[in-house]
Design a protein around this ligand. Sequence first.
Ligand SMILES: [Zn+2]
Length: 510
Amino acid sequence: MPQNLILPQRHNKVPSARLVIAATDAQKRQRLISSSIAIVWMENPGENMRLIALTLGLMIATTCLAEGVDRELLGEQAVERLVEYLQIDTTNPPGNEDRAVAFFAKIFDDEGVAYESGDSAPGRGNIWAVLEGGRKPALILLNHSDVVPADASAWDEPPFSGNIKDGEIWGRGALDMKGTGILLLQAFLALHREGRRLNRDVIFVATADEEAGGYFGAGWFAKQQARLVKGAGYLLNEGGGGSFMEGGIAVFGIEVTQKVPLWLRLEAHGNPSHGASPRVESSVTRLIRALNRIIEYDFEPRVLPALDELFKGTADLARPDLVESFQNMSEAVKDREFLLALQLYRPSTNSSIRNTCSITRLEGSPKINVVPPMSAAELDCRLLPDQDPDAFIEQLTAIMNEPDISISKLLSFTPAVSPSDTELFAIIKDVMTREFRNARVLPTMSVGFTDSHFFRDLGITSYGFSPMLRDPAKMKPGEGPHGHNERVSVENIERGTRLMLEMLERFVYD
Ligand SMILES: [Zn+2]
């Protein structure tokens, strides 16, 4: 059983005022001191004398434990909790995130943390808890509890086993993002256990539905708990982290923005006819001509300031013949040869400097000998985060240059970039560079999207960051988040818990 220091606080809603004092802190000296403190149990809050004795005991304990809870135990407990969490099947669709709510609720009950939960739809549970603090803008710790489907036949360990093998914890969600969810949870609980005055509210939120757009999760929460969210100034979520690059250098990316998804449906209309008499102006021919122009169009490359910092900061780690170009990316992108080389070398970097459109769905006639009155295509476009979606649609219309093709938006987010010149950014950078010598910590942009946009839209500075360091060389192609054999090392969970707590402590204590 983990040894906790649970102090009665406003947010402690355990009615029987159960107080448990016990050992904490990684340092042995403190371990010795604290382990000599007996576990004290207060069954009846009316016993004044015992309460005084307890209060004195607590004061002594708090003084002894000035450096907080036992970080080693906290990390070990994180591993245990992650194993249990990974065994909960929250595959979306359908989600069943109520199961995750029950998992967190039990932990909050055990730890004496007040929480609330709510369903956005049957089975689609969301849970949140607040540690109340001072007046500085609140910090939200956001994580999603759903996972993408896993094809068990392609895995070496069952995807909902939580098996630990060779120092790695296996399971769908280990990286995306139950692992980070547990780091956030453990750090949050440690703040609660420490019982020190916080300079701001800290809000833990586990939401449903991220993998299908987040409308039953973070999107729902941001609206349903608008008042709570309104007081927030910062948010930590998935989206960034560390990996080894060439030369064994650790590079940590703090995700400050994302490409903006703009999902479009194009429809061409025309007269239906018999397949035996082709027409030049049918819905199909016009749609194909339009799509062809989109495929052949080169969207203009552009380097955002946040990314320029990333390119410069990692230029020396690029392929030798490209180092110079990475150092001066804004100039380099004017060279067609370089752009072609980049597309082959790092497709994701190529996507990070331009708008892109992938044609992903096509619809024509249901019958081979009928020229249909309507044909349609769906496009997954991703825009640079300072691009106005409506202006882009206008540009696309001009590129297609075909009459009578309608464009409708299936999904469109507002573009937003979080600043990187904040205290929280500086703290993350400092904690990571102290831990990993020679590490680089830089702002990044995700070419995909997470739930952070719901909060960036509200002006909340949102960072995608998990203090984990992964080695891409250890993963085979097709493994990892959304792939098979998703797993995370025990080391990343234990160390990550300690680092996450360190970052939070520096941010929420004055
Ligand atoms: Zn995720």
